[in-house]
Ligand binder design. Sequence first.
Ligand code: CP3
Length: 344
Amino acid sequence: MSEQNSFLKAVRGLRPDKTPVWFMRQAGRSLPEYRRLRTDNDMLTACTTPDLAAEITLQPVRRYGVDAAIFFSDIVTPLYLAGLEVEIVPGKGPVFSDPVLDPKDVDRLTSHKGFDPDCITQAAQIACAELDETPLIAFAAAPFTLASYLIGKTRSKNHLEARAFMHSYPDAWNRLARWCADMSAAFLAAQIAGGARTAQVFDSWVGDLSRADYQKYCSEHSRVVIDSAHAHGVPVIHFGVGAASLLDLMRDVGAECIGVDWRIPLGEAVKLIEHGPGDRFAVQGNIDPAILFASQQVRHEHIVQVLAEGEKAAAHIVNLGHGIPPNADPAILQEIVDQVHESR
Ligand code: CP3
């Protein structure tokens, strides 16, 4: 695949002729063809059946003509494959049967040393064979976001239980976060072995951390995941939600491209991410998912604004500021893809 590909160029901070666009959660419940495939298969079965995972990965590329595919799976798939009991509860997300409540639980978890990556690699291979020139993005969770699903009996507000655990048991936290990093790194490696050409590391819940705690408890573990993708020669997009206060620290963890949510304009994000003149970074984002439900004119103007802000970065990949909501109208997403492609 040529590095002239607009998405692959942009990830590395080089401005392509055409601004690339894809969407987080482009494969999923907003697509009728996805809902049809999922009626007979639960989420984790779909994720671990190569033909199904590949087909779902390809659906949005066929439909929208987006510039990248993201591997269809979930951040907890490697833990499921490692033998942990987990269910993806509609409206809630992953729920583990035996959550981490104290340091002993970390010893139990870390005794799971890895997982068989075959079904992941096979799914990526099947998808890449049809994708041809369109790159496949591998993805995995950053350790804080993955650990936040493992710790505590319920999902607490602002991830209080996960943060309390890290303060109460720093050694156990570090062992848990390092184990999560190794699982995410192995998950990325399986997708890259199947042909993925970029990786996105999701730290969706990092915005709940203070700067001090991010540096003390998380950044070194996130770096393990990002370094692992780099070791396979693959560039990385690093994304967090509500992370405006952490963007400079996230940038220091080493990814080529920073994903920005809708809460700050991309131009402001660029000022936080770049350390000085000549320091030119790629950014990804940051259409407000709420405008998918606004009028055509409001949507059009919002996209024009996002594109103008994106000009302030070395390179810009258009995306939403977080995933596509399940009730979004695919016709509106198509309109956005077309507007971006017609823009330059
Ligand atoms: O972006 C894509 O199209 C690729 C697929 C993808 C999914 N999950 C599919 C999915 C990706 C990249 C993820 C990552 C993921 N999973 C994250 C990080 C990204 C983010 O959204 O911040 C997180 C936090 C999870 C955990 C998770 N899994 C949640 C919160 C949910 C939603 C639960 C719900 O019902 O609202 C899931 C389930 C999930 N993952 C679905 C999909 C399509 C829905 C399950 C279904 O279709 O039944």
